[in-house]
Design a protein around this ligand. Structure first.
Ligand code: GLA
Length: 692
């Protein structure tokens, strides 16, 4: 067993020897299979070339009102001049309901709040698909759920094609030619290079979804050869994996003509001033996405209107999107479910298990306004411990003492064994939804291997013994263990737990964990924060423990791969570099890094599968994080929308907002409703206070 650990050299050997000293095997147990739960609709598997191509069409069309009110009046160039030389063309045969018609609105409801529009500078727009819709990226991965498994490769997007050099170390990408930002400014390599040089490589900027140099490989360089050609140079040969990193959210350039003048390298601004230069009130920020923000009312709504320069069309030459408007009601995530089910909202990713039963009941009724479709178990939560021992988040003495505990395998084992996952899952929802989740890759996903999954079942007695063994005794008899004499003044072991109050599920699970740590003699104190504040604290390493929903790397593995382990100083969710800029990796973490890097460096499928087995084994054996529960999500969409692809998951390579290819979504004429708040208007000038 664990042959691979020896194969990985010195660090692995060390670990294996230390493992021998512990009765690890006795603590592990049989992992129950997840309850049967089949996805309710299957994708139609196709090739990328079935979905789209880039080509010039004999003629182009747009909504009549755009021509009559703007083009004829001379305030907007004709559609043919606004489109690139060869637009991205969606093929009709792949559209579930065929070529669409213009009109109507998709009414989203979200729980987040916008910080501002500087997405590449690190600002959130409130999630729920806003940023996904505003940003277009070099490649695209959301719709890959529908691509044949043996042809899986990111779809072209702003990069319309690419080729590798013979030695596989250079990748030349061709950008779409003649595409424009929503204000008419040309999109070209300047935008790409501004993103790379002044946002990714500049360590003072943290793009929202974590684009760091390591996301694209150690030593990787990027240069512009001409306005529409860029060249990557990698240390590895054929690292096709990085094509996934060039998708949402790590390579979506921003409008350099607007952002660059505010960047500290080109102005007197500080980095904070750069980040905050485009508050939510700044409207009409130029985007490459299909809709532009034209109205913002705090705690009420963000309205977006069609981008007159959008660079994608259907096969009949109709400029996309079909939908004229997008709404983002600023409410709560739970309200998103309620409204989508009731028909006052149009879209929800049903992901908070507490509302499943009610949502299912209402959606099953004949007159239900929305359809609800469950996918695979791709929503998962874990308790993540801050593993930096060298200062990330600037811990005080107590926090530092907790970090030392977090870094101790016996401690992590004790914590994982104190969690009763069956009860935790059932406390969210009864029925066949939740499954026991030991941590690591999710059961049912491509790279999961049950035999490589080490599971420490609920065992309070053994958990307590492990903590006794660490010298954590309750010296003052108050029911809480104390740090040993000389550590944190021998005080009670108190641990803070960061969680997001925007989601009921996050705080429910966190409360469950807090309660389950009590019989272990650990006092866990809730640090419950609203989304943005929570995200900032998590990013800054200001947490002892953190309960959170995990990212796409745990589902698809190929998306967000570099975040599977601390492959760079700022790539990982719970272990980043300390104050001196270095990572103090535990030996098994180094093995995880080596495994992930080996995965990135090979495109051999058998080898990749083997490497992910190793990853899973090292991860779960060492309780890298404490898995809590995993369950399926359901996509809720109002029945009036057409072109929703079968089997669109709420979360896989990306969220459903991207998976459904929403620029192609439409409402048939006889079902169109009059929800548009700014009918027959287009986005105005950047920074101006409304549509034109
Ligand atoms: C939030 C929501 C998800 C999804 C994403 C999109 O995280 O909880 O369901 O809408 O935003 O970014």
């Amino acid at each position: 067993m664990r042959k691979h650990i020896y194969a990985l050299g010195g660090a692995g050997l060390l670990l294996s020897v230390s493992m021998l000293a512990l009765p690890a095997q006795e603590l592990t147990g049989e992992l129950p299979d997840p309850p049967e739960f089949s996805a309710q609709s299957e994708p139609v598997f196709v090739s990328v070339s079935d979905i789209l191509e880039y080509k010039a069409l004999p003629e182009y069309n747009e909504p009549d009102w755009v021509t009559s009110k703007y083009v004829d009046a001379g305030t907007l160039p004709p559609v043919g001049e606004r489109l690139p030389k060869e637009p991205l063309v969606y093929k009709a045969a792949n559209m579930p309901d065929g070529i669409g018609v213009y009109g109507d609105t998709m009414r989203h409801v979200i729980g987040g709040r916008p910080e501002g529009w500087n997405y590449i500078g690190g600002q959130s727009q409130g999630w729920g698909g806003i940023d996904i819709g505003l940003s277009e990226c070099l490649t695209r991965t959301g719709p890959l759920f529908t691509i044949k498994a043996d042809e899986l490769e990111p779809m072209p997007n702003l990069a319309k094609s690419w080729e590798w050099s013979e030695d596989g170390k250079e990748l030349t990408m061709h950008l779409i030619e003649g595409a424009k930002w929503s204000d008419g400014d040309p999109f070209d390599a300047d935008d790409v290079m501004f993103y790379w040089e002044d946002n990714v490589l500049d360590q003072n900027v943290s793009p929202l979804n974590g684009g760091t140099p390591e996301t694209f490989g150690q030593g990787t360089t990027l240069e512009a050869l001409d306005p529409y050609t860029i060249k990557w140079t990698f240390q590895e040969a054929f690292p096709t994996q990085y094509l996934y990193a060039m998708a949402y959210g790590t390579f979506c350039p921003g409008p350099s003509h607007i952002l660059k003048p505010e960047h500290p390298n080109y102005s007197d601004n500080t980095y904070d001033e750069y980040k905050n230069a485009f508050p939510p009130e700044y409207l009409n920020i130029p985007v490459m996405g299909a809709w532009v923000p034209v109205e913002y009312r705090p705690d009420d709504i963000i309205v977006m209107r069609r981008n007159p320069y959008y660079w994608k069309v259907d096969e009949n030459g109709n400029q996309l999107p079909y939908l004229n408007e997008m709404h983002y009601r600023l409410s709560t995530w739970a309200d998103r479910d309620v409204q989508a089910v009731a028909g006052s909202g149009d879209f929800s990713n049903l992901e908070q298990a507490e509302s499943y039963v009610e949502a299912l009941r209402r959606s099953a009724e004949d007159d239900a306004p929305a359809r609800l479709q469950f996918g695979a178990r791709t929503i998962g939560y874990a308790l993540r411990m801050n593993l930096s021992g060298n200062g990330w988040g600037e811990p005080d003495a107590r926090e530092q003492a907790v970090r030392e505990l977090n870094r101790d395998l016996d401690f992590r084992k004790a914590v994982t064994m104190a969690v009763d996952r069956q009860r935790l899952g059932e406390s969210l929802v009864r029925g066949p939804f939740t499954a026991i989740y030991p941590g690591g890759l999710y059961a049912g996903t491509t790279y999961y291997d049950k035999d490589s999954t080490v599971y420490y079942p609920h065992n309070l007695e053994a958990a307590n013994e492990l903590l006794d063994g660490l010298g954590l005794e309750d010296t003052d008899g108050n029911g809480i263990r104390n740090f040993p004499e000389g550590t944190a003044n021998g005080a009670d072991v108190e641990i803070t737990l960061l969680a997001n109050t925007d989601y009921g599920t996050d705080t429910n699970l966190a409360e469950g964990v807090i309660a389950m740590m009590e019989p272990l003699g650990l006092r866990v104190i809730a640090n419950f924060q609203q989304g943005t504040a929570r995200d900032d604290m998590a990013q800054a390493g200001q947490f002892d423990w953190n309960v959170e929903r995990q990212g796409a790397e745990m589902v698809s593995v190929v998306q967000g791969t570099s975040a599977l382990a601390p492959t760079g100083p700022r790539t990982h969710p719970f272990h980043r570099a300390g104050t001196d800029g270095t990572l103090d990796l535990l030996p098994f973490e180094q093995e995880l890094v080596d495994t992930v890097n080996a995965f990135i460096a090979t495109s051999d499928n058998a080898e990749r599968a083997e490497l992910m087995k190793q990853y899973q084994q090292i991860f779960t054996e060492n309780v890298y994080s404490v898995g809590l529960t995993q369950y399926p999500g359901a996509l809720i969409i109002n029945k009036r929308f057409a072109n929703i692809p079968a089997g669109a998951p709420i979360f896989m390579f990306n969220w459903a907002e991207d998976n459904i290819i929403r620029e192609r979504v439409y409402v048939p004429e006889d079902k169109q409703a009059s929800y548009e708040l700014h009918p027959e208007t287009l986005p105005g000038a950047p920074g101006s206070d409304g549509p034109m």
